[in-house]
Design a protein around this ligand. Structure first.
Ligand code: FEO
Length: 394
């Protein structure tokens, strides 16, 4: 992709990966991604913000060559994960006078992960600044905007925030800037759900610091650049807040149709009570869609048959993932069919130890659900409605 200018002297020099479909061998990327890298040319010094994934390092170098860059003074690394730092060894080799600028923890990560020599790294502290002549970089140390070593960089004179993963979106596009806001919002919400949601509490604190900065643009490390920062600031304020919606998410799997019938009955019962329901068939769904639904929902009901003595592996995976992502969900229940016994509900509930949920009475049925079982599901729907009313979201 050719280089593009955010403002005079501030250029995008990264790479767009239209083909990538999986990240960290975990996260589906239906819309590809980008590895954004930005070049800032001050009157005295030149800085590169982030590098790119090593699979795309040729594109970064090629972009720098096209701009005629023969000297880079500083390489700002906001985050050590390899999709942003993986090309650093190559860039350091090509620009022997460049100094890496980052915080101490990130410096150690760079040493461990990429064997970057410590003598090439300048450590900075929170609120420290770095002059490029007529331009000034300011650093905000913000642990857990993905990893514990993360930081944000703010270009004062141009009012551009470079937050790395924070406010990002896995969205490959040729346009530098956000076009269709609804599309970017959806991609950013998926990104938040899969990557940032576990760090909701930390991010909540950082939003105030970011909100206090005069901002013209947010230039994340993935996805388009925001010329209307409020799109992301408002969205994140909502996502990290404690408020949930009158919604029930039902990740489910069914082997012979019994659990599916229970899901269908529960879905209808909840809809009749005015509750939005989002069922996800775990053998078919994109797990990212489930993650998005978990951002706002008040209740999760995992529905699974018992396989031999425990939950179906697909339900185990979805529950394990939910626990990792730590959504702000308030209530949880398990429903499903079994043949001869097992400890399915107990096993799944125990797996949610990182999610602060109130556990509702499970509904488990031997074989196909009969009238008694369907009445138990109606009672579960009543219970969910009562819980939602108790937190004033109906
Ligand atoms: Fe885009 Fe945490 O790396």
């Amino acid at each position: 992709m050719v280089t593009q200018e955010l403002k005079s002297g501030v250029s995008w020099v990264g790479a767009v990966d239209f083909d990538r479909r999986m990240f960290d061998e975990l996260i589906p990327l239906p819309n590809g991604t980008s590895y954004n890298s930005y070049l800032i040319q001050g009157s005295e010094k030149t800085a590169l913000i982030y590098t790119v994934d090593p699979t795309k390092e040729f594109e970064l170098i090629s972009n720098l060559v096209k701009l005629g860059i023969t000297r880079i003074d500083y390489i700002i690394i906001n985050h050590a994960e390899q999709d942003h730092s993986g090309s650093l060894p190559m860039v350091l080799e090509l620009f022997p006078d460049a100094t890496v600028v980052t915080n101490e923890k990130c410096r150690d990560f760079l040493s461990d992960l990429l064997h970057i020599p410590l003598e090439r790294v300048k450590s900075i502290k929170d609120r420290e600044t770095l002059s490029l002549g007529d331009r000034t970089l300011e650093f905000l140390i913000t642990p857990w905007t993905h990893w514990p070593e993360t930081q944000l960089t703010y270009l004062r004179e141009d009012k551009i925030l470079f937050p790395c993963d924070l406010f990002g979106a896995h969205l490959a596009q040729s346009d530098l800037f956000v076009g269709e806001e609804a599309e970017v919002y959806r991609s950013a919400k998926r990104y938040y759900a899969e990557i940032m949601m576990p760090f909701r509490s930390s991010i909540k604190g950082y939003l105030e610091r970011v909100g206090a900065l005069p901002l013209d643009m947010i230039a994340p490390s993935h996805g388009p650049v925001h010329r209307r920062p409020a799109l992301m600031l408002d969205a994140y304020a909502d996502w990290v807040s404690n408020s949930v919606r009158n919604e029930v998410v039902i990740p489910y799997v069914s082997m012979h149709g019994s659990t599916a019938r229970m899901v269908e009955h529960l879905t209808n019962a909840l809809v009749e009570r005015g509750i939005t329901v989002r069922p996800f068939n775990l053998t078919k769904t994109d797990i990212g869609e489930l993650a998005i639904a978990l951002v706002d929902c008040a209740t999760i009901v995992v529905a699974t048959p018992t396989v031999l003595f425990g939950p179906h592996p697909s339900a185990l995976y979805a529950t394990y993932l939910t626990n990792l992502l730590k959504p702000k969900v308030k209530f949880a229940a398990v429903i499903g069919s079994y043949g001869w016994g097992g400890k399915t509900a107990e096993t799944l509930v125990k797996m949610l130890d990182h999610v602060k949920v109130e556990v509702l009475e499970p509904v488990t049925v031997r074989g196909a659900p009969d009238e008694v079982a369907l009445q138990a599901i109606e009672r579960l729907a009543d219970d969910i409605l009562a819980r939602h009313k108790s937190i004033n979201i109906t």
